[in-house]
Structures are given as structure tokens and as C-alpha cells.
Design a protein around this ligand. Structure first.
Ligand code: BGC
Length: 448
């Protein structure tokens, strides 16, 4: 049997996010976040839960680092809860919040696990939402202030900084689709929020360079490959428009200093394109050290006059589906990696999330035999490897997720972890996929 071998020094990791795992929502001086508030409205979260307890990682972090070590992770991606640092969003920082992350990061360092820290994974301080949230330009300043404090306090403990996680979700899911906090339905607001997020990203990168820290810095974007549903000109045009509106909307300003023309034109025709200062775009375009990519599925796009504003319909597809209803389609990952490589000049890519939710059950021996997840990972990693062989500069892979956790609007109903979490007792159990992944890390690859 032959082996699929990854490049030497390939970074194998796993990822989580503060609101999804920490719990302790009212401890250690943490302020309220927009997700605390969003979860309180009945109907927002499918199973009526919240991240109040999460996996109680706040109290279990030592055990969790031990598990990471057991899996052999080279790197771990976590996020910082802004309201733990600035309970009010700005002003006086909370020393207990800083202390928590210092303890966690110090422990990771002691264990030889490189930390990748996301500064914003959606838990905006509620106080800032009260002044308009990301739609208020002032929040950009508060974010940079918070980021600067983190560079100062945690700079020597972090190897990779990620400014934002999936600004698409913050802006469009939060302010247009309304399935994420703060739960609004206004496209213009979503565009304004996206603009401020990109500006916050650019200014944070600039501030980071001024610190002289030697770590790397990037941003995480979620992208899906948009295939035309048929070969018709209409479907092909709509597939490109969706690529422009959802993927390039965030990548082009960073790498090219402009918004994609097709999408701008569409929004102008509909009268929903805000007026932006071109100086902002120049600020967004700061050289970054890597592009973080989150990919789970791909879509097929067709023309649909009833779907405002893009007049396109996107359908998930694949030869099988995960518990999220997401099509399993590893070729989509390959095609995306190749397209990014071509469009952004061989950009260095860290896959900062990929993984799957399945209906995991613990058997009477206390084991979770999640063979479907192993199959999923095997297939996606094979296509990541194929892209590397074909010239994509992929240097890291973070599996989503290290452990089962609070899956946003879907509550605790979807398990993504390679570690099973019993939400009652908070007991952790490494799943079969976790053992499989540990083996992949150990051998820097797997059997074909
Ligand atoms: C997010 C994670 C989320 C995962 C699965 C990504 O969009 O960054 O927080 O749990 O996908 O839905």
C-alpha cells in the first residue's frame, strides 16, 4: 500500500471558538456578548440552549490541553472572547480575562503546541451592539484597541494571529439572513458591516506590524466553490456572481484593494450599494502572512429571478450528506484551493476549518466509532494533498473541531468533534476519528 505524504513541517491542528466551548459566561468578570443575548430570544436556537455552559472549557482547559497532547496536535486554533477582555467593549480591561488566556497559552507553549489565536469569532460585546455593532464605524477603533492589548499581553505566546473568523457570517448571516446574532434582515447593513470588518482587519494587521512581533498574521474566510448547475450562460454567469458576492467580496479588498466589479454592479443596479471611501480600501489591503480558509461544502448555482438581490439560487450538493445537510464534495475543496492559488498569486493557505457533523453515538464500551467522519476526513485530506501536488501552497490543516460544542443556531444538536463531550457530566472521550487523526499527524500522512 502506498502512502499519501504531506510536506515536511506541515502544520496539523484542530480548532475551536470561545463561545462554543468556554462556558463560564458570567464568571471571571466576562461581559455579555451578542450571542448571550441572541440565545435568550426563544426560537433563535433550535434546541433552546445557549453557550452558557458550552463544554466548560474554562474549567477544563488543563484536561483539554492534555488531550491535544495525546492526539499529537502541532497547533491549536482558539479564539479570544472580546467580552472577557473588555466587558464593555472598550475602556478598562478585565485582568481576570487576560489571566485566563495567559494560563491557557502558557500551557500550550509548555506542551510544544503552537497557538493560533482568532481575535474575533463572533462574540461581540453586547454593549457595542447597543451603539450599532459593526455597522458603527467606531467599533473598528475599539477592535484595534482590543487587538493591540492582546498583542501586548499575549504576543510572546502566540505563533499565528487571525484577525477575524468568517466575516461573511458576521455580516450576511448576522445582518441579512438573521440566523446569527444580532439577527437582522437588512442587506445594506450587511454590506456596511462587511466593510467595517475588512477595515478593522486591515488596521489590525498594520498595528500588528508596528509591534515588531515575529508571529504571522492572517484572516480566516469561509468559501464554497460555486459550480454552475448547467452549462447555460445564465448559470455560469450566476455562479461567477455568487463567487464574487460571497468569496471575492472579502478576498479581493485584501489582495487587490477593490470590491469585485460584478457584485458592485449588481448592488448598484438594485440601489443597495453604500458609498465607501476609496481610502478605506487602501487600508484593507495590507500584506498578510497567510490566508485562513474554512471549507465544508460546495454549491451548484442557477439563475432564479425570485432570489433577491443576486437572482441566483445556490444548492448544496454531494454524493452524500452530513448531519448539517451539507453535501460531501472533496473536489470542491480541490477546485477552491486551485482557484485561490491562481487568483491570488500562489497565496499561502492555512485551512483553518474543515470537518463534519455526524450522529455520533457512544456504544456500551464507551467508544464512539465514527467511521463516517474518518471517511470524510480521508477524502477531504486526499484532495487537499492533490491540490498541494498541483501547486497550491497549503501549509496547515485545522480540523473542526477538537471537541463537540455549541453549534450556534443549532445548539448542541450537531457534533463536529473528534472528542466526544457528554454535556451533562462534561466528560471527554476521544472518538475513533481522533485516534485516526493522531495517526495521520504521527505519520504526516496516511495510507491510500
Ligand atoms: C464556524 C464554526 C462552526 C463551523 C460549523 C464555521 O462556520 O467558524 O464556528 O461551528 O463552521 O458550522
Amino acid at each position: 500500500m502506498s502512502m499519501i505524504k504531506f510536506p515536511d513541517n506541515f502544520l496539523w491542528g484542530a480548532a475551536t471558538a470561545s463561545y462554543q466551548i468556554e462556558g463560564a459566561y458570567n464568571l471571571g468578570g466576562r461581559g455579555e456578548s451578542i450571542w448571550d443575548r441572541y440565545c435568550r430570544t426563544p426560537g433563535n436556537i433550535e434546541d433552546g440552549t445557549s453557550g452558557d455552559d458550552g463544554c466548560d472549557h474554562y474549567h477544563h482547559y488543563e484536561e483539554d490541553v492534555k488531550l491535544m497532547k495525546e492526539l499529537g496536535l502541532k497547533t491549536y486554533r482558539l479564539s479570544i472572547a472580546w467580552p472577557r477582555i473588555f466587558p464593555e467593549g472598550f475602556g478598562k480591561p478585565n485582568p481576570d480575562g487576560i489571566k485566563f488566556y495567559k494560563k491557557l497559552l502558557t500551557l500550550l507553549k509548555k506542551n510544544g503546541i503552537q497557538a493560533a489565536v482568532t481575535l474575533y469569532h463572533w462574540d461581540l460585546p453586547q454593549k457595542l451592539q447597543e451603539i450599532g455593532g459593526w455597522a458603527n464605524r467606531k467599533v473598528v477603533d475599539y477592535f484595534v484597541e482590543y487587538a493591540n492589548l492582546m498583542f501586548q499581553e499575549l504576543g510572546d505566546l502566540v505563533a499565528y494571529w487571525i484577525t477575524l473568523n468568517e466575516p461573511y457570517c458576521t455580516s450576511f448571516l448576522g445582518n441579512w439572513v438573521g440566523r446569527h446574532a444580532p439577527g437582522y434582515h437588512d442587506f445594506g447593513t450587511a454590506l456596511l458591516v462587511a466593510h467595517h470588518l475588512l477595515l478593522a482587519h486591515g488596521r489590525t494587521v498594520k498595528a500588528f506590524r508596528a509591534t515588531g512581533l515575529r508571529a504571522a498574521i492572517g484572516i480566516t474566510l469561509n468559501m464554497n466553490y460555486n459550480y454552475p448547475k448547467t452549462d447555460s450562460v445564465e448559470d455560469r454567469t450566476k455562479a461567477e456572481l455568487c463567487h464574487a458576492a460571497w468569496n471575492r467580496w472579502f478576498a479581493d479588498p485584501i489582495f487587490k484593494g477593490c470590491y469585485p466589479r460584478e457584485a458592485v454592479q449588481c448592488y448598484q443596479e438594485k440601489g443597495i450599494m453604500p458609498k465607501f471611501d476609496s481610502k478605506d480600501l487602501a487600508e484593507m489591503m495590507q500584506p498578510i502572512d497567510f490566508l485562513g480558509l474554512n471549507n465544508y461544502f460546495s454549491v451548484q448555482v442557477s439563475k432564479d429571478a425570485n432570489n433577491w438581490p443576486l437572482e441566483a439560487k445556490e444548492e448544496n450538493f454531494g454524493d452524500d450528506f452530513t448531519e448539517m445537510g451539507w453535501g460531501i464534495n472533496p473536489e470542491g475543496m480541490y477546485d477552491l484551493l486551485m482557484r485561490l492559488t491562481e487568483d491570488y498569486g500562489g497565496v499561502k493557505i492555512y485551512i483553518t476549518e474543515n470537518g463534519a457533523a455526524f450522529r455520533d453515538l457512544m456504544d456500551h464500551n464507551g467508544e464512539v466509532e465514527d467511521n463516517n467522519r474518518i471517511e470524510f476526513l480521508y477524502r477531504y485530506l486526499s484532495d487537499v494533498h492533490r491540490a498541494i501536488e498541483d501547486g497550491a501552497n497549503v501549509q496547515a490543516y485545522y480540523l473542526w473541531s477538537l471537541m463537540d460544542n455549541f453549534e450556534w443556531a443549532l445548539g448542541y444538536s450537531k457534533r463536529f468533534g473528534i472528542i466526544y463531550v457528554d454535556y451533562e457530566t462534561k466528560q471527554r472521550t476521544i472518538k475513533k476519528s481522533g485516534r485516526w487523526y493522531a495517526d495521520v499527524i504521527k505519520h504526516n500522512g496516511f495510507e491510500k
